[in-house]
Design a binder for this molecule. Structure first.
Ligand code: SF4
Length: 290
């Protein structure tokens, strides 16, 4: 694997490799960041899929964000941006925006719903070829064989599922060593609040029980912090493995920015939001977990 970016953030060094590996190294007991090395960035509320659990309440009435916020030009090269929506591919300024990020040296990852994949496949392939995106998250919805084949063909593709929504049997059936999987927690926000039910709770439980089988099927399995809690991952793995792999709480070296509403927060599930400032260090200082 080749080194994609290396920079200092507070008391540690961040190294990003072209296979998606991220390494944080410090000589101290804990990592103290000066800015987020990974940012969730929402660029649109537009999406026509109308999923019943959508925590962003995205719809065909959703607006696209202006992508010219001042803080973007000042981002540290090597910062990872997880670009989402809404459907980020519906944003008319997506390609110029990605081109600008490439010039700055920012590393963009983007998420697409599986049901949008066939429509945007050519665009995605072009973006990959031009190195305008690195990570590609594919939110599984219909578990098509073609999706799993596509994910296999691109080494930076990561299949996404939400515990509480995931079809565990299909996930186990279709996964392989060549696939990477990210399990996200169920967000009781937006439409996800009213969609939450005993059925969702039971599916989280089902996912909890099936986790060893899921993990044995996929080459790499990772979690967001919400899923780590909902699936009790810390209690289920060896302490030294947790110490080695846990990337920190939300707000330790990450944050969320909603460019549509012009707000930032510690994470996309946080209730407390603040108006966007001109640089990311100042925003991070507001939400940082100390
Ligand atoms: S969950 Fe994703 S795909 Fe579904 S409506 Fe929301 S933004 Fe669209």
């Amino acid at each position: 694997m080749n080194l994609l970016a290396e920079y200092k953030n507070g008391n540690y060094v961040v190294r990003l490799f072209d296979d998606g590996t991220k390494e944080l190294v410090t000589e101290d007991d804990k990592f103290i960041a000066c800015f987020p090395d990974s940012i969730d960035l929402k660029i649109t509320d537009y999406c026509e899929l109308n999923c019943p659990m959508c925590h962003e309440k995205s719809s065909v009435l959703g607006k696209h964000a202006q992508l010219d916020a001042e803080f973007i030009d000042k981002l540290q090269a090597g910062t990872e941006l997880a670009i989402g929506g809404g459907n980020p591919f519906s944003h008319p300024e997506l390609v110029p925006f990605l081109t600008k990020l490439k010039e700055i040296g920012v590393v963009p990852n983007i998420t697409i719903n599986e049901r949008h994949l066939s429509r945007y496949k050519e665009v995605i392939e072009e973006l990959i070829a031009k190195k305008l995106i690195y990570g590609l998250g594919i939110s599984l919805a219909s578990y098509e064989e073609s999706t799993f084949d596509f994910a296999k063909s691109y080494p930076h593709a990561v299949l996404h599922v939400i515990c509480g929504i995931v079809d565990v049997d299909k996930l186990i059936d279709m996964g392989s060593e060549e696939h990477k999987l990210l399990i996200l927690g169920y967000k009781k926000r937006g439409r996800g609040e009213s969609f939450y039910s005993n059925e969702v709770r039971d599916k989280i439980e089902e996912c909890y029980k099936a986790l060893p089988r899921i993990s044995s099927k996929y080459g790499i399995v990772s979690f967001d912090n919400l899923a780590l809690k909902q699936l009790d991952v810390k209690e289920r793995i060896k302490e030294d493995l947790w110490e080695e792999r846990f990337m920190g709480d939300d707000g330790q070296n990450t944050m969320y920015i909603d460019l549509v509403k012009g707000e930032f927060a510690v994470s996309s599930t946080a209730e407390t939001r603040y108006p966007i400032l001109d640089n990311v260090e100042d925003m991070f200082e507001v939400i940082r977990i100390k």
